[in-house]
Ligand binder design. Sequence first.
Ligand SMILES: Nc1ncnc2c1ncn2[C@@H]1O[C@H](COP(=O)(O)OP(=O)(O)OP(=O)(O)O)[C@@H](O)[C@H]1O
Ligand SMILES: [Mg+2]
Length: 615
Amino acid sequence: MSRIARLSDVLINKIAAGEVVERPASVVKELVENAIDAGASTVRVELDGGGVDRIIVSDDGHGMGRTDAVACLERHATSKLRELDDLFHIDSMGFRGEAIPAIASVSRFTLHSAAANSEVGTRVSVEGGGPPLVEDAPPRTGTVMTVEDLFFNVPARRKFLRRGDTELKHAEEAVVRLALAYPEVGFFASHEGGTLFSSAACPDDPRERIAAALGSTAHPHLFPVEERRLGVAVTGYAASPEFTFNNARGLYTFVNRRYIRDRGLIGTIQRAYQDFLAAGRQPVVVLHIDVDPRAVDVNVHPQKQEVRFADARGVQEALTAALSRMLRAAPWLGSGVEGAAPQAGQPMDAAHYAHAVERFLTRAQEAAWGGPLPTAMDAPGPGPGAPSLGPLGPGALPFAAAVGQAPAFGQAQPQLNEAPPPGYFGALRPLGMLGGRFHVCEGPGGTLVVMDPHAALERARLTGYLRALESGKPPPAPTLFGTTLELPVAAAKALVEGREALSRLGFDVEPFGGTTVALKTVPPGLEGADARSLLEALARALPPKSATLDTVSLAEAVRVMACHAAKQAGAVPLSDAQFRALLGELDRADFHPTCSHGTVVVLEMPLLELERRAR
Ligand SMILES: Nc1ncnc2c1ncn2[C@@H]1O[C@H](COP(=O)(O)OP(=O)(O)OP(=O)(O)O)[C@@H](O)[C@H]1O
Ligand SMILES: [Mg+2]
């Protein structure tokens, strides 16, 4: 008897399904891609049971006549590839003629389609790759594919599907990726009747699509990027460093409209952003890389997620150039005036400008003071923070007094803590440093704005910690830290007694024998803080044992946290990029009096006032 037998088609399809169909999301991807290849202008995806129970994909594309409707179930039946040469300039999503037979071999599959203007449609049903049942059906525009009970006949596979909504999340992500690639196609997806994703075609402003996918707040932060070179074009939208995620889920790259998650491309994008983002933040971009189809091999990955470029370095350079140009121009800082934002590539100009402003300011202040100035550093600090520009009691500093006459946001008397107008900080145009410590900016209407970075950082951190506390959720992912410290008796006692309060704030403190405590985790932003001074300050700031734990009783402790976080973040002068990121944070910060620390974040001086005083 011969040892070798040819596998049946049913078995071959099932084996192929192992590569093409991993989970409901892969079915969604394959069917939606087919709909797009068929020229659909709207694609609908309906799911039940996370897509395991049912996936229906309907389109209004060119549809299929009877012959094609039956043929598409045969392995290697495709309308998209005819010759070997075609493989090297693929312009459709599909090309292997594998997806439908594979899906139909591991599910209960039905398709309903009709050729354009045909009087009769076709329904084809297949159970687990068995013989197709072909019937007449009503005519329709486009195609509906229904996939039920995925892997019902492959128990080993079915067992590997995830519980809960994991499969649904993957399926939704599959829709989002295709929706981002094809903004000119309308996408509607639902699960058990509830909308998952809904976005009408938006060929004119793809940012609407990106906002539908990544959150409506993304829209104003998205800026176009473009770099066209011989053989490669990079286009799309990238978010300013003010709109970031704490993971890489906002990084979308498409090569010739195909979603690609390639480590090299992701790394290139992250490097372009690295000087602009705080540690742990990830950029948000939706970028299309278009190359000559002959210069890229998409057939290197079963789910077509990796590619091989003929000129990988050229692609990388174009990508870097596109992003760097946008980031350097910092359009998010512009007040609508083209080129108003300082170019990061020209630090000398900013330094010169800052020097000139410094001299101007000194003269202005001396004129008002009538003598040499006490430095801002000499001003009494209001709290546990480092010296700040305040508190500015009337006449504490001539600069403050001058400002006092021109009511300005952020000034001590009487509008301390008054909320700035929306977008105030983002609209500031950084000019440079003053005294090696303060940031000087041009503000709205030609005002001169001086900012204390420590106070600003503290305000931003304070808002973050308070919001985390108010939301009742522990701060996201406390960082592993792990250290033991021997403390004064009173401090150790207060910390151990205040463990519950501390844990609400994101600290894990445990007694470690005697007056030693173990600090196991700290909330984000305090990873590198001086543990001893932080804990001693917290010990003093914690509410008494009997107090109910709420934002009021914990306010002092939150201030301590914000102060230490700011101290750490501002230990070295902020880079241009960090300062810009801080401005963004301040626009989202809370300036409500209850979170007042008494520090003044900015002082504003109208230029007219300056001119008058400098005379
Ligand atoms: N929604 C649809 N509308 C019209 N024709 C379709 C549709 N879906 C599939 N087809 C036809 O069925 C054929 C087989 O589809 P299938 O997805 O199996 O293979 P493919 O798209 O050619 O390649 P791949 O396996 O790479 O996806 C397609 O080439 C196309 O002609
Ligand atoms: Mg296909």
